[in-house]
Design a protein around this ligand. Structure first.
Ligand SMILES: [Ca+2]
Ligand SMILES: [Ca+2]
Length: 328
């Protein structure tokens, strides 16, 4: 595909072949390229995934997934004062020889931040033409040519589902992206229409995950346990997933595993009675207790779960645990 002066978003560009730039290229224009799946493309000569040459304009490559493109996954040429923003992208796959390859005039700055690199041949995640002295930097202004931890870039298996498009629930790319709204204001959804961000933070790649591994650790009543108190004090760990967040909690008690019959739902946001300490609580600060005041029944299986409210939405629920109260 050859395009100029456009936004390129929400595309699936897989299994194409070209002499140069197997997936996508753009030339002499400002472009915003976001939410694209660009997988398994093939270049005979160079740049299996993408090649772009903005020639004095700005290139914004944000939240794309590039897997198993051959040769260089991405090539950028930053001449004539071009600006390069390259954030929240996945670049992986054993067919890829080099992740990001940059060239340009002296002292050009390219921002590479919060990208996920994995499985690339010989760990050649990115390379910059030595003669052109491009500085790769990140939001903190650090030169991160040799340090991937810099700027939130990660080297980790992105844990894609079998379609190589969506993230598995435990993917390290979930909630590991930066907020791109200072660069691009149209990233309010992912490639399949899910709202961005979900669970309070942007994901890396074209997919925003809607199901993620539960992160609230339940403590009491233990799973599959029998207890002898019809008004138990529930207990769970206050999660430490997000920076400097204060949290409210919702505890739900149901008679079935699917929570189609919820008996009780208590939200500290609307009524903090029974919650100890009284929310909102600082993330990652010990245990939260909830004293139920209603009497539960003997010999009835109960199912319970907890969600946390981070000021924006409920996120990162707990698993579901089951208990029974036996009659002494
Ligand atoms: Ca997210
Ligand atoms: Ca999604």
């Amino acid at each position: 595909m050859y395009l100029s002066r456009v936004k390129i978003y929400n595309n699936i560009i897989n299994n194409n072949k070209a002499r140069y730039a197997g997936g996508l290229s753009s030339d002499t224009c400002s472009s915003e390229i976001y939410n694209n799946i660009i997988n398994s493309n093939h270049a005979e000569r160079n740049y299996g995934g993408m090649w772009f040459f903005p020639e004095g304009n700005s290139m914004k490559i944000i939240n794309n997934t590039l897997i198993n493109n051959n040769k260089e996954a991405i090539m950028f040429e930053a001449y004539y004062g071009s600006s390069i923003i390259f954030i929240n992208n996945i670049i992986s796959g054993e067919n890829t020889e080099l992740g990001v390859y940059g060239a340009g005039e002296n002292n050009r700055v390219a921002i590479l931040s919060n990208n996920c690199f994995y499985g690339i041949q010989n760990k050649h995640y990115y390379r910059v033409e030595a003669a052109t002295r491009i500085y790769i930097t990140n939001e903190a202004g650090l030169n991160s040519i040799s340090d991937f931890a810099c700027g939130g870039n990660i080297v980790a298996d992105p844990q894609m589902k079998a379609d190589n498009m969506h993230l598995q629930p435990a993917s390290p790319c979930i909630n590991a992206g930066i907020d791109p709204t200072s660069y691009i204001n149209s990233l309010t959804n992912d490639f399949d229409g899910d709202r961005r961000p979900i669970f309070g933070q942007y994901d890396i790649g074209a997919d925003e995950a809607t199901n993620i591994t539960p992160k609230i650790i339940l403590i009491y009543p233990e799973n599959d346990s029998s207890i002898n108190n019809i008004k138990p004090v529930f207990k769970w760990e206050i999660p430490g997933e997000e920076n400097n967040k204060i949290l409210h909690f919702k505890i739900e008690i149901a008679t079935d595993l699917e929570f189609s019959n919820i008996l009780y739902s208590f939200e500290s946001k609307t009524n903090s009675l029974g919650f100890n300490p009284v929310p909102p609580v600082q993330q990652g600060t010990g245990n939260q207790y909830y004293q139920i005041f209603q009497k539960l029944n003997y010999n009835t299986p109960y199912f319970w779960r907890v969600s946390a409210w981070n000021g924006l939405e409920y996120y990162i629920g707990s698993p579901t645990w089951r208990f029974v109260i036996y009659q002494p």
